[in-house]
Design a protein around this ligand. Structure first.
Ligand code: AHR
Length: 528
């Protein structure tokens, strides 16, 4: 009998949460620091395409499996005049972006971004400025992007060289409008009324679009809960989704709380769902407003970012918010993805914030290489393996008590089952591709018994990320070092026999999870 702590997971393809919407593997590109300039865009870079976009970044973005990208902000959007970023380059004027106190050259704007996304096969998610602007500018941008020839803004797009409408489906009604830091910050009633009117006008321009109302910037906001209730009391009929934003970091060396971040995210989602459904109940409505978790990540906001605030006015794409991640951060990112999959029924859209250089899985040097941060691996692996239906995995796990989130399980799990791959698209078949995502938050190994009654499981391989120590150096060398010491490809034999050394028996598989690790396992499952 192993000395390790024990956890148990029960898995069955009939226990379903909901389909995995590919948009849950979205990301975010904001005009902030080097996300755009020397991030996705760098004319003159050896890999740049004819439009000036970096080929190495595009290739890593594809490898990351990003399905959708939110643009152009973030805080940036709340003082953005989109009309200044379209048309001939010679007419574009720089402006002071008040959100990040940076001179924005307006070289990349709506057309450049949307055409990049189109070339890369990425769905764009656009945000409109409801900070310093309002209904008319928002409706005009929808017309510019989606309108057919024969009206003012659509004709401007055509004059700017783009005949076909872009067909942008998903639109954010502003960004973090509950935050006092937001340019044009509003209270819930002010924002709710404006969002309802802007949304109404935008849908009159293009009724096929879907809208995201701003929810709370975090669960810690004083207005959280009440904000959702009031905003939805104004916008319920016009919006499709409400946003959530959350960033997690290790504070004061409290590793246990940091490793429990997935539980905090889970609590946040449950509370937003409750707030949203309470509004629906009050209105006797059958409508389900779902969640766009359009900013989430590990961000050393309090630990590192505070020192980057109050900088003098910046120019030329400054290096700000360029967090360097560790294996521990990657384990937490993997656990946050587990939480998102476990809410597949209510969270169809999510964006890892951000994509390049700014709290990002991809980093670049101007004129130099692009590379993967440790957080790249759990995201890319989950985006690749999590397909079909998210299963309702039942976990029995030892727990630990954390200072910030109370009692949290030491083992978390999510699973997906995809009959399409095995059964040539026939749903509900007896065989499917199975993916299982497991996190061990404890500093010790844990044995996990996976019960899969009535289902034969053959595991074929997997990927594991383990926590490391704080990075000593920055740049590609650090990233390569962390990848070498923290990221492992696993074979089925290593998975099943590793550690515990117990063979698979019918309906049961035993694995040993490394301390502070995230593991993805794939294989096939067939109903007996
Ligand atoms: O992603 C960085 C910033 O975090 C975004 O601009 C803002 O929306 C959030 O506070």
């Amino acid at each position: 009998m192993s000395e390790n702590a024990q956890a148990r997971i029960t898995l069955h393809p009939d226990f379903r949460i909901g389909d995995v919407d590919r948009r849950v593997f979205g990301s975010f590109v904001e005009h902030l620091g080097r996300a755009v300039y020397t991030g996705i865009y760098e004319p003159g870079h050896p890999t740049a395409d004819a439009e000036g976009f970096r080929g190495d970044v595009a290739s890593l973005t594809r490898e990351l499996g990003v399905s959708m990208v939110r643009y152009p902000g973030g805080n940036f959007v709340s003082n953005y005049v989109w009309e200044d970023g379209v048309g001939p380059a010679r007419d574009r004027k720089p402006f002071i972006d008040l959100a990040w106190r940076t001179i924005e050259p307006n070289t990349v704007g709506t057309d450049e971004f949307l055409q990049w996304a189109e070339r890369e096969g990425i769905e764009p998610m656009m945000a409109v400025n409801l900070g310093t602007r309002g209904v008319a500018a928002a409706a005009a941008l929808v017309e510019y992007c989606n309108g057919e020839a024969g009206s003012r803004w659509a004709d401007l797009r055509i004059a700017n060289g783009r005949t076909e409408p872009y067909g942008v489906h998903l639109w954010c009604l502003g960004n973090e409008m509950d935050g006092p830091w937001q340019i044009g910050h509003k209270d819930a009633h002010e924002y709710g009324k404006l969002a309802a009117e802007a949304g109404k006008a935008m849908k009159l321009v293009d009724p096929s679009i879907a809208l995201v109302a701003c929810g709370s910037s975090s669960m810690q906001m004083d207005t959280f809960g009440e904000w959702e209730r009031i905003v939805l009391s104004h916008t319920f009929d016009v919006v499709d989704h409400i946003s959530m934003h959350a960033y997690y970091e290790e504070l004061g060396g409290d590793r246990a709380s940091f490793l429990g971040s997935g539980t905090a995210m889970d609590t946040f989602i449950r509370r937003v769902v409750a707030s949203v459904d309470a509004v629906a109940a009050q209105r006797r409505s059958d409508k389900t407003v779902t969640i766009s978790f359009d900013e989430w990540n590990v961000w050393y906001l309090e630990t590192r970012f505070v020192g980057e605030q109050n900088l003098p006015l910046q120019r030329d794409a400054p290096r700000i918010i360029e967090d360097v991640y560790s294996g521990l951060d990657a384990v937490v990112v993997g656990d946050l993805l587990v939480t998102l999959l476990n809410h597949a029924d209510r969270v169809p859209v999510a964006c890892l914030a951000q994509l390049v250089n700014v709290i990002a899985p991809i980093m670049t040097e101007p004129g130099g290489p692009a590379w993967r941060q440790p957080t790249f691996y759990p995201f890319a692996t989950t985006a690749r393996l999590a397909r079909g239906t998210a299963l309702d995995v039942r976990v029995t796990s030892p727990t630990t008590t954390t200072a910030r989130h109370g009692e949290v399980p030491l083992v978390t799990a999510a699973a997906t089952w995809d009959t399409a791959e095995v059964d040539d698209g026939t749903p509900g078949g007896d065989a499917g591709a199975l993916a299982l995502f497991l996190v061990n938050r404890s500093a010790e190994p844990v044995d996990v018994e996976i019960d899969h009654p009535g289902v034969a499981v053959t595991l074929t391989g997997g990927v594991q990320v383990v926590a490391d120590h704080e990075p000593a150096v920055e740049g590609p060398e650090h990233a390569a070092g962390v990848a070498a010491s923290c990221v492992r490809e696993l074979t089925a034999a290593q998975l099943i026999e590793g550690g515990a050394g117990r063979p698979e028996v019918a309906g049961r598989t035993v694995l040993t999870l490394a301390p502070e690790s995230w593991t993805a396992i794939h294989g096939a499952a067939t109903r007996a």
